[in-house]
Design a protein around this ligand. Structure first.
Ligand SMILES: CC(=O)SCCNC(=O)CCNC(=O)[C@H](O)C(C)(C)COP(=O)(O)OP(=O)(O)OC[C@H]1O[C@@H](n2cnc3c(N)ncnc32)[C@H](O)[C@@H]1OP(=O)(O)O
Length: 441
């Protein structure tokens, strides 16, 4: 474990950061155990079981996580152990599919908690501003997170960029698909499930704009090797894999029965990954054929879900919620805008407004044959559009049209060449499908 100290912490608090490695002390008295105590406290979860710490340490080592803890050395007598941080924060780097199969390293932020006794004193702001500065100086063009509340991260330049839907599907007698069946679906032996899920996710990740690479825990949870609460086997999780006509696995679903006490009898999808729309529908055909089940719930359905349109009776499909998943923060607009692909050709000049300064400036984006190049302009150059950095994050993957953000005041046409530039942005930023992120972190 390597540690550094941040002297910018609010007075009397000490911020340490450490990376988890194979040598990290995972004993109940170690810094990792104390860090977990704080995170689980922050998210209202039960205290960590000591025997789980070594498993988490191995997982975090594989993820390459850096952990932050803010410590209150001046805690009064009888207060919780001063070695348990009063605030936590963690980062790792994973790839983000920015469209057209292009993967860009994204700086991921997770495990943000501040103890109620220490909230609203600027602890989050201290950790976040110092971390974003460091990520930008390492050359990471984008930071990403999934947010517990929509009100926290806009002030740091993050905009909601991908969305999913919560659905309930009635799988009683009237459930049937109108699409022709293809391939086969098999129940997977528990020992093979993690590797198969990884293999299928890798294909999905390369094919899906908005997907982020998964941390160590994902295949374990998909396979039931890890349960929802603890990294120990959950024997209630079952896994089915769909194989295409050539016998190649192209989708999996892992699911768990909610119990005979739940009515209607409900199967909850733990994870579902399909590399094509047809594999997705075949997994639903399988789910709809499970006997004794009346309802299936899924929290990560795509916004433009083909399922209701493939059902004989689209009213089997009920939308129960709408969620933002990935929030993006552009740190380097030149690298970020040049990494994604575009539709056709067009030119637009932008003034990016970023209160933290990372993406501030004036830029010209020139798109030819779907590729973009970006030039920094003089600070007093005329530009056609003024855009908040949060809006740039929201429109970056094509998930939110610029005209929608403009209507909400986040984007404004300006200057003599401004009129019409919004339409140009909407045309060139359009993507063939909605960005779709099915990974929380
Ligand atoms: C990526 C993730 O991990 S998402 C999980 C986020 N964590 C949680 O939801 C756990 C419960 N909440 C918490 O632990 C804390 O309340 C946190 C982490 C959200 C905020 O920590 P704090 O140290 O209190 O934030 P800090 O004092 O730095 O506030 C910075 C600014 O954000 C604002 N802010 C902080 N939390 C919130 C919130 N939940 N809603 C709205 N505004 C907020 C503050 O008012 C402040 O605004 P200002 O700069 O305009 O004055």
């Amino acid at each position: 474990m390597t540690a550094t100290r941040d002297s910018a912490a609010p007075s009397a608090l000490r911020i340490d950061t450490f990376t988890v490695t194979a040598e990290t002390d995972s004993s109940p008295d170690g810094a990792l155990a104390h860090w977990f105590e704080a995170v689980r406290f922050g998210f209202h979860e039960a205290r960590t079981e000591p025997e789980d710490l070594a498993t988490y340490a191995a997982a975090f080592t594989s993820d390459g996580r850096t952990l932050w803890g803010a410590y209150d050395d001046a805690a009064s007598a009888h207060a919780w152990d001063a070695s348990i941080p009063v605030a936590t924060y963690a980062t790792m780097v994973n790839s983000l599919n920015v469209g057209n199969g292009q993967l860009l390293d994204a700086h991921q932020i997770t495990a943000v908690t501040v103890r109620p006794t220490h909230r609203r004193r600027g602890l989050l702001r201290t950790m976040m501003t110092s971390d974003l500065q460091s990520a930008a100086s390492k050359g990471l063009a984008i930071a990403a997170l999934t947010a517990s509340e929509a009100t926290i991260y806009g002030r740091f330049g993050f905009g909601a960029a991908t969305f999913t839907r919560n659905i309930e599907v009635d799988v009683k007698e009237r459930f049937a698909l109108r699409t022709p069946a293809f391939g086969v679906t098999e129940i997977v032996a528990p020992a093979s499930a993690a590797a198969l899920s990884e293999q299928i996710f890798a294909r999905f990740h390369h094919a899906t704009t908005g997907s982020v690479g998964r941390q160590f825990a994902y295949p374990q949870r998909a396979a039931g090797q890890w349960g929802e609460e603890r990294p120990v086997e959950d024997k209630g999780v079952r896994v089915a894999v769909h194989y295409d006509d050539d016998g190649r696995p192209d989708g999996f679903v892992s699911y768990k029965f909610s119990g005979w006490g739940t009515t209607p009898y409900t199967m909850k999808i733990v994870d579902l990954v399909a590399v094509s729309d047809s594999a997705y529908l075949e997994l639903w055909r399988y789910l709809g054929a499970i006997d004794l089940v009346q309802r299936i719930t899924f929290d990560l359905a795509p916004v433009n879900d083909p399922l209701p349109w493939a059902l004989q009776d689209r009213r089997c499909y009920k939308l129960t919620g709408d969620e933002d998943v990935l929030w993006l923060r552009i740190l380097d607009p030149i690298a970020a805008l040049e990494a994604r692909s575009y539709q056709g050709a067009g030119t637009v000049s932008l003034e990016i407004v970023d209160p933290l300064g990372h993406a501030s400036g004036r830029f010209r984006l020139t798109v030819e044959n779907g590729s973009g190049s970006v030039t920094r302009l003089d600070d007093d150059a005329d530009t056609q559009l003024r855009v908040d950095v949060t809006a740039l994050g929201s429109m970056y993957l094509g998930g939110v049209p610029a005209r929608t953000l403009a209507a909400a005041g986040h984007l404004t046409e300006q200057g003599p060449a401004g009129p019409g530039s919004l339409a140009v942005v909407d045309r060139i930023f359009q993507t063939p499908s909605d960005p779709y992120c099915i990974t929380h972190f």
